[in-house]
Design a protein around this ligand. Structure first.
Ligand SMILES: Cc1ncc(C[n+]2csc(CCOP(=O)(O)OP(=O)(O)O)c2C)c(N)n1
Ligand SMILES: [Mg+2]
Length: 790
């Protein structure tokens, strides 16, 4: 692109020169990576491989200025999903990405379509892909960094980093952004930068004019520093000339669609449009007339987000604001520097072979040298290498690079638990009691308790976290007294807040719960500070945060989710509070081990195991589905390994038995009562307690896979069901969708009569609801009769 020759403050700093070369290289490499994947590599299935050359071109300058001049190794960045090729190219220049991976973009084993912590490796701070979530994640990770800092958990000497999102402007349409913004404001979040690639284009179209005004207002209201980066240096220089203000106004008033369209059409169209409106001004003509068409186009597309010098100034000005959260609205052009720049249909557009060939020539890249680091650039390779190696981001934070791997927190062998036998209590009450005990300052749990962080979206007390919070306090960057306590108003809850507190109270926005759990569950890697995050939520409202929950699991965040109450056993609360589908979610979610205890002894085993599993290299997040239904606890000795593997026989069946009853969760009481009656008819029948259909199913699949590969393997569920004759029957029952257990018959060929809830619930008491939904003793006995009759 030719720059107009006048008025440009050519500071010709060597740094700017180097950055402009890198900018050019990132533009080339990102476009080439996508081209290579689509047009060069063999294609076996005829599917379009895809990729987003225009979205990449839009952020090349922003990434260049950020990564090669501003970022420090402790800074953490979420890069907008469809800019992943630019991000991979930047890492490549830092020596942290390989040509093989880039050449394998979107191919099995190659660089992922969108940055992925799990699949692309340690250079990825945040996975992105589901738009909006990566952006919001940075706000919560900054909060967690502050939490770790104020609890003195950060590795010695580690300065807090800035948590940065490079966001597409359409990401700001996602509601989760605003939920996060509000929650961030409540917690006075610091050290967050959101850099909006404001190309005013989404996937389908060009966005409404004046949207930036709304954004500025919203962010300003939340206490953010808002920086509009609209014009580059060329434009500013032109505006400073006589008549220049008229040009500025013309640009400012130009509708987004027209601006985009003129960008696509090029210099001649720009000139025609400008002269039609401003041609009578001699001053304006003095600016425009001497320029060639290319120069007019370069001037008119010199927006702030494409001007490295402007971006650097904006970043420096924001740094001067200290740790205040900042939103940069960087004006850009989607596809900048590529033939489809500004075209409204360019989102998934790919350059043709011919266009790529002429782009190659413009970029001075010789055939066969497309992947070379510094091919076709105007500065010597050694100079560029030195420049990159001496940029702050090139420094190593840890011997491995930038991801931490602190050791696991030691845990006592079991959780504190009083005598259960003879007590009637629910798993939710049991959970509250165990956590309350752990929360006592002294004892074997002292060290682990200090690392626990609890959180809940306005259901702290109603999910039984009250005793824990009373002992450990609420976290806030600022100390805030409990006014009710100070004014001697009696309350069970102490709500004093301080930087030492260990509970983060959230507003009712379940996405925020999971974004926070995700951030806390990655603190070990991002902050070098291992936490044991525990979040509570009503079971049905897991659905409201589901995308963020899956996102957290996709990032392999490690946390404990406790959802309670669940099912229709919640009784009077009615259908919107009664969950049906959650056991199936637990089975289908990867990197999330889910359990449902019926009794508190099982819960205690699961809790202790979960806190270890969350820290194990091959572990995962864990989900416990609890209930408010109280059950009488009888003395017994548990097979703990079986509880964790997913099920245990309460009454083992005799060999060759024709029928077993399998229950999950608080419906245990009805199952037990029905079982007593059943045994009068079928004395050899068995009663199976299922603690995790998820683990049983996963174990069964894994064993089948291993056997296909020639290994000897028997899964827990196969062992459990081995006494049963083929052709025998199992009646399954849970307070949730019956499909969660209906598959059990496939394991060794039993007929299953699945009982459960497959319709929305409603208000009622337990006897009425269990009768209506077919979960009571009579319904179970009817199912047993049906099963026996075949
Ligand atoms: C939750 C979600 N919905 C839809 C999509 C599909 N999608 C991918 S990119 C995109 C538009 C992105 O526009 P913008 O954020 O402005 O990025 P640009 O390409 O303009 O840089 C959409 C709708 C997605 N990835 N995630
Ligand atoms: Mg956009």
């Amino acid at each position: 692109m030719n720059a107009p020759a006048y008025g440009l403050r050519r500071e010709s700093l060597p740094k700017l020169e180097a950055l402009r070369q890198i900018e050019r290289k990132l533009l080339w490499l990102s476009a080439w990576m996508v081209h290579h994947a689509n047009h060069v590599r063999p294609n076996r299935d005829g599917l379009k491989v895809g990729g987003h050359q225009a979205s990449c071109a839009s952020v090349v300058s922003i990434l260049t200025a950020l990564y090669f001049a501003k970022l420090r190794p402790q800074d953490r960045v979420a890069v907008k999903p469809h800019a992943s090729p630019v991000f991979h190219a930047a890492n490549y220049l830092f020596g942290r990405q390989t040509v093989e991976k880039m050449a394998g973009l979107r191919q099995f084993g190659g660089a992922q379509a969108y940055p992925s912590r799990m699949k692309d490796g340690a250079e990825i701070d945040f996975s992105t892909g589901s738009v909006g979530l990566g952006v919001a994640a940075t706000s919560f990770s900054a909060l967690i960094q502050d939490y770790a800092r104020l609890h003195d958990f950060l590795p010695q000497g580690l300065q807090p980093g800035r948590h940065i999102a490079i966001a597409g402007d359409a990401e700001l349409d996602e509601g989760n952004i605003y939920e996060a913004l509000l929650e961030g404001w409540k917690h006075d979040v610091r050290n967050v930068w959101w850099i909006v690639d404001y190309n005013r284009q989404s996937l389908d179209s060009v966005v409404q004019d004046r949207l930036f005004g709304r954004f500025e207002g919203l962010f300003g209201d939340m206490g953010w520093n808002v920086v509009r980066i609209k014009h580059g240096k060329l434009q500013e220089a032109a505006f400073a000339r006589p008549g220049g203000e008229a040009l500025r106004s013309w640009i400012d008033d130009c509708p987004n669609s027209l601006y985009a369209s003129l960008t696509f059409q090029g210099g001649e169209a720009w000139r025609t449009a400008l002269l039609a409106d401003l041609g009578r001004s001699a001053d304006l003509r003095a600016i425009i007339d001497p320029l060639t068409d290319d120069e007019v186009a370069a001037l008119m597309t010199n927006l702030g987000g494409h001007d490295i010098e402007t971006m650097l100034e904006a970043f420096s000005a924001a740094e001067a604001e200290g740790d205040r959260p900042t939103c940069f609205i960087a004006y850009t052009i989607k596809g900048m520097g590529l033939p489809f720049a500004g075209h409204k249909d360019n989102h998934s557009g790919l350059m043709t072979r011919e266009q790529m060939e002429s782009f190659r020539q413009t970029m001075n890249v010789r055939p066969g040298h497309e992947w070379d680091e510094f091919e076709g650039l105007d500065l010597p390779a050694e100079e560029l290498r030195d420049f990159i190696d001496s940029s702050p981001f090139a420094e190593k934070l840890t011997p491995q690079g930038r991801a931490f791997a602190p050791p696991a927190i030691a845990l006592p062998p079991s959780v504190p638990l009083g005598k259960l036998a003879g007590r009637t209590l629910s798993t939710q009450t049991g959970f509250g009691e165990i956590l309350g005990e752990i929360g006592r300052a002294e004892g074997p749990w002292k060290e682990a308790a200090a690392r626990m962080l609890t959180t809940s979206p306005d259901v702290t007390v109603s999910t039984s976290l009250g005793p824990w919070v009373n002992r450990r306090g609420l976290f806030d960057r600022h100390t805030r007294n409990d006014v009710f306590r100070d004014t001697k108003v009696a309350s069970m809850q102490r709500w004093g807040m301080s930087p030492d507190g260990q509970h983060i109270e959230l507003g009712i926005a379940e996405q925020n719960l999971f974004l926070l759990l995700g951030a806390a569950g990655l603190s070990y890697a991002l902050n070098g500070a291992r936490l044991l995050p525990i979040g509570t939520v009503y079971d049905p409202f897991v659905n409201r945060g589901l995308d963020a929950l899956i996102y957290a699991c996709y990032q392999d965040a490690r946390f404990l989710l406790v959802s309670t109450p669940s099912g229709i056993s919640l009784a009077p609360e009615g259908g919107q509070h009664q969950s049906v589908n959650t056991p199936l979610i637990g089975m289908a979610a990867d990197r999330l081990a889910s359990y449902e205890p019926a009794y508190v002894d099982e819960l205690a085993v699961m809790l202790r195991w979960a806190l270890a599993h969350m820290q194990a290299p091959d572990g995962s997040a864990v989900w416990l589905r609890l209930s408010t239904r109280a059950l009488l606890h009888k003395p017994r000795v548990l097979d703990e390994a079986a509880v964790i593997a997913g099920g245990h026989w309460v009454v083992p069946p005799a060999e060759g038995v024709p029928l077993a009853l399998a229950y999950q969760g608080p419906i245990a009481a009805e199952a037990e009562a029905a079982f007593e009656k059943l045994r009068e008819e079928v004395p050899e029948a068995g009663l199976l307690a299922i603690t995790s259909p998820d683990r049983l199913y996963a174990g069964w699949l894994a064993a089948q896979r291993a056997r296909r590969e020639g290994a000897k393997s028997q899964s827990h569920v196969e062992t459990l069901l081995s006494p049963m004759a083929p052709g025998s029957a199992i009646v399954t029952i849970l307070d949730g969708h019956p499909a969660a257990l209906a598959w059990l018959g496939s394991v060794s060929g039993q007929r299953v009569v699945p009982l459960g809830v497959d319709r929305f619930g409603q208000s009622g008491d337990i006897p009425d609801l269990y009768r209506e939904y077919g979960l009571d003793e009579d319904a179970i006995l009817d199912a047993c009769a049906q099963a026996l009759l075949g």
